[in-house]
Every structure is written in C-alpha cells, then in structure tokens.
Design a protein around this ligand. Structure first.
Ligand SMILES: Nc1nc2c(ncn2[C@@H]2O[C@H](COP(=O)(O)OP(=O)(O)OP(=O)(O)O)[C@@H](O)[C@H]2O)c(=O)[nH]1
Ligand SMILES: [Mg+2]
Length: 295
C-alpha cells in the first residue's frame, strides 16, 4: 500500500493509442508546400468570360478560437517568416475581429498574390458576435470588404457596404468552421445552433465545407510535447468526433491543427498540419468554382 504522495500502483491510462486512428498521409511538408506554391490562377470550366479565378475561403466560428491566427500562420508559412497581419487577440473575452476583411497572401516580390484569399469574420457568440444572417450574406458575396459587423442588426440592402450584384469572385467558395479542441465540449448550445444554421445555409448554396480543430496543443499534453502524436491522441480523436457529431461535418473533412501563437522559430510538424488543411481548402474551392455557372 502506498502512502498519500507515493506513486500510484496502477499507472494512469495512456493518452495515446498504439496505432494512428487516421491514416497518416504519405507526403512530406515540401510536397504540400510545392502543391500550394504551384497552384496557379485558373479559368473555371463553365466560364464563358475566360477570366482567371481566385478561391475565396471564409473562416467562421466562435470568438477566440483561432480564425485570425490560422490566416497569420498560413501567411507566415508562405512568407517564410513570422507575420501577424490578421491580428490575433491574446486577451480572449469579446470578439477581436470586427470588420469583414479579405486577406491576400503575397507570392513574389513583384506584387503577385496567391490565387486564394481568406475572409476573416467577427466571431459567433451567444448574445453578441456576428449575426448568422450576415454570414449568409457574406457567403452570397453581398458584404463588401471593410464592413463593420453589428451584432444587433444585419447588413441592410441600402447600406453602402451591401454589394447588390456580386460576381462569382465575390462569393465564398469554401466555408471553414474554426473550433478549438480544448473547449469544443464547452460550447454554448446557442453558438452550436448558430453554427449549424450557417452550415445549412452553405449546404443550400452548395458551398463545400470543412472544419479545423485548433489549439490541439492545449487539448492534449502528448500533442503539446510532440505534434506528431496528433493521430494517436485519444483526446484529439474524441474532440474531432464530438465536433463531427455536433455540426454534421464528416470526420474526413475535419483537420486538427496548431497555429503559430507563441513561437519565434518555424516548426515543420506544425506547418505540415496547416498545409494539409490548406490543400483541402484549395481542392474544395477549385471544384466548387469549376462546377459553378458563371455569370
Ligand atoms: N495554444 C494555442 N493558442 C492558439 C492557437 N491558435 C490561436 N491561439 C491563441 O488563441 C487566441 C485567440 O486567437 P485568434 O486568432 O485571435 O482567434 P479568433 O477566432 O480570430 O478570435 P475573434 O476574432 O475574437 O473571433 C490568441 O491568443 C492566439 O494566440 C493554437 O493553435 N494553439
Ligand atoms: Mg479574429
């Protein structure tokens, strides 16, 4: 019999499974990076205008779950240095992102950009935060860049920031729900309902959807110690299943990631997880745009 402070006789169950619960992709970071860097502006199949098309990726989710940090992380990876353009908030509490903003990512010194853009939106909250209806308007391309969301009213048709005649480029081509792994089980019912509503609106418009599960480092100490444990972590698996059940997003469309937040040096494992998610966003967006009837 051990004393109060002595080592327990039974070892606590391991936080890791013996085998990965998701088949680990074969490629390495360089291959994913090459895919992203090599992705060129394209002319959609059904487009009689013969115009180059860019993919618009909209990130939405509860406040403080890492939307802006994800954009900053992608930017940092592709620039090869730590950037902080989408301004993430370290204080928590009320939503930090208030404006609708498009982020382009610089490709070369010659003023060229990658053919995909991110839209960062105000976070969802129980009584505050962005109205779900405004997210629907954004997906339809009706919200102009720079619009400051009002938690108490939706964008009206006579507002100067209302885009009456959105083109295919103004519309959203991929919807990404951003939820953090350490608090997914604590999400308020009202916030979940709002996220489900956004998901159904996107489904009705045929917009492909996926989710990223952020802050996996905070959810599991074994993942914090080594990101390569992600697909063996029981916690991460549980959180992904919970998110999948709650929102109705298939498991294979949910990507666990860790954003850059306190690091000052690059991390290959972190970048690999982010690039895997980004590749899926690009593929989903490209397929959607190709299938769209262009006007
Ligand atoms: N440990 C850890 N912290 C993260 C991660 N991603 C984001 N953070 C931190 O979480 C906090 C909130 O991140 P933001 O990117 O501002 O979240 P947001 O969803 O844009 O928030 P709003 O704009 O307020 O809706 C910041 O302090 C980030 O540094 C992650 O993967 N791991
Ligand atoms: Mg933000």
């Amino acid at each position: 019999m051990g004393g109060y402070f002595s080592k327990p006789e039974v070892e606590p169950p391991s936080l890791l499974l013996n085998k990965e619960w998701r088949a680990v992709p074969q490629g390495n970071k360089a291959e994913y990076l090459q895919f992203v860097r090599g992705f060129e502006p394209f002319k959609p199949r059904n487009d009689e205008r013969n115009e180059d098309q860019c993919i618009r990726i909209l990130l939405h989710g509860p406040i403080g779950h890492g939307k802006s940090s994800f954009i900053n992380t992608v930017d940092s990876i592709l620039q090869g240095e730590m950037t902080g353009r989408a301004l993430a908030d370290a204080c928590g509490g009320k939503t930090f992102t208030k404006k609708y903003k498009t982020y382009k990512i610089k490709k070369g010194e010659d003023g060229t950009f990658y053919p995909f853009v991110f839209n960062d939106i105000m976070g969802l909250e129980k009584d505050q935060g962005v109205c779900e209806e405004d997210i629907k308007l954004a997906m339809m391309g009706h919200v102009k860049d720079g619009y400051t969301f009002n938690p108490h009213s939706t964008l009206s048709k006579d507002d100067p920031y209302y885009n009456t005649n959105p083109s295919l480029s103004d519309k959203v081509h991929v919807l990404v729900c951003v939820v953090c792994a350490d608090t997914v089980h604590l999400l308020d019912d009202d916030v979940m309902k709002k996220m489900r509503k956004v998901r159904l609106d996107a489904r009705d418009m045929g917009i492909p959807q996926m989710a990223i599960l952020t802050k996996i480092d905070e959810a599991c100490p074994e993942v914090k110690a080594d990101l390569r444990n992600v697909y063996k972590s029981k916690y991460v698996k549980e959180k992904m299943e919970l998110l999948s059940e709650s929102l109705g997003i298939p498991l294979n469309c949910i990507f666990p990631v860790k954003n850059y937040h306190s690091e000052i040096a690059p991390n290959d494992d972190l970048e690999m997880l982010i690039l895997m998610a980004l590749k899926q966003m690009i593929n989903f967006g490209k397929n959607f745009v190709n299938d769209c009837k262009c006007t």
